[in-house]
Design a protein around this ligand. Structure first.
Ligand code: G3H
Ligand code: ZN
Length: 283
């Protein structure tokens, strides 16, 4: 069965590793991520954005995730990514999600706390873990599009208060990473991670994990990051494989001939992240 993130996140924070949230966008993503987790014996978080839910269908998403958890025997959480409302959160929980993010980061602090608390109360009542967010992460991901000048770092004092009042299981704070591709190297504000992590029980979540240098990831984990979200790198690498294959073999007409290799590369990307995050052999 699918599990809550509380099956592995408390241990991640204590032992100093991070569990990857890998977004699922179709069947091949589910298979590739699961195979990577199996080979590395790692816990997994399947990230489901609202855009991906619209694309795959809510019930398909849950069904595929349940099969993956059953066949692999791994602790897998199916987690709503950037949930935009109480209604969407409840629809996902009812459909079988084991974890949800409520992203109230665009609301004023008081309102974000109020709405997140409501989600936590409902989700915890049925054993579903919750991630909250403070500060706005720049870049583009599905329905979210935040211009660089509108991205704002999380204020540590607000973040600590947010956690104390909401009791979320994972705390996403904007610390300088962005969704999508980076133009240069992201400037991560490690002191924010450190200050907040020391004062709260929940691990910090790093969104925008694609394209962040390995050393930066390792440093962030050492300071209290326990969950890292990756989507763009899988998208970019799999599309590159498909584009090259079709360019070089214009006669290909069998979908499996390019979706299979795309799946293989996603598995390799995810295996690399699992090792980097230190979650190998922690299942
Ligand atoms: O919520 C999903 C992640 O934050 C995706 O980040 O675009 O850097 O892969 P990414
Ligand atoms: Zn994100």
């Amino acid at each position: 069965p699918l599990v809550s993130m509380n099956e592995f996140l408390p241990r991640a924070k204590k032992e100093g590793f991070a569990v990857g949230q890998f977004n699922i966008n179709n069947l091949e993503y589910v298979q590739a991520i699961t195979a990577a987790g199996k080979e590395e014996n790692s816990p997994l978080i399947f990230g489901a954005s609202e855009g991906a839910i619209r694309y795959m269908g809510l019930d398909n998403m849950v069904a595929l995730s349940k099969v993956a958890a059953k066949e692999s025997g791994l602790p897998i959480a199916l987690h709503l990514d950037h949930g935009s409302s109480f209604e969407v959160v409840m629809q996902c929980i009812r459909a079988g999600f084991s974890s949800v993010m409520f992203d109230g980061s665009h609301y004023p602090l008081e309102e974000n706390i109020r709405l997140t608390k409501k989600v936590v109360e409902a989700a915890h009542a049925v054993g579903v873990s919750v991630e909250g967010e403070l500060g706005t992460i720049g870049g583009v991901e599905d329905d979210l599009d935040v211009a660089e000048e509108d991205a704002s770092l999380a204020n540590p004092k607000d973040a600590i208060r947010f956690w104390e009042e909401t009791q979320v299981d994972a705390m996403a704070i904007a610390v300088g990473t962005a969704h999508g591709m980076y133009k240069g190297v992201p400037k991560i504000r490690y002191e924010i991670i450190e200050e907040v992590s020391k004062k709260i029980d929940a691990p910090i979540v790093l969104h925008g994990g694609s394209g962040v240098p390995d050393e930066s990831i390792q440093k962030a984990i050492s300071l209290g990051v326990g969950k890292i979200n990756v989507n763009t790198e899988n998208q970019v690498e799999s599309t590159k494989v498909i584009r090259e294959l079709l360019d070089q073999n214009p006669n290909i007409i069998d979908t499996r001939k390019f979706m299979g290799p795309a799946r293989d590369i996603i598995k390799e990307v995810v295996k690399g992240k699992i090792r980097l995050f230190g979650s190998a052999n922690k299942a």
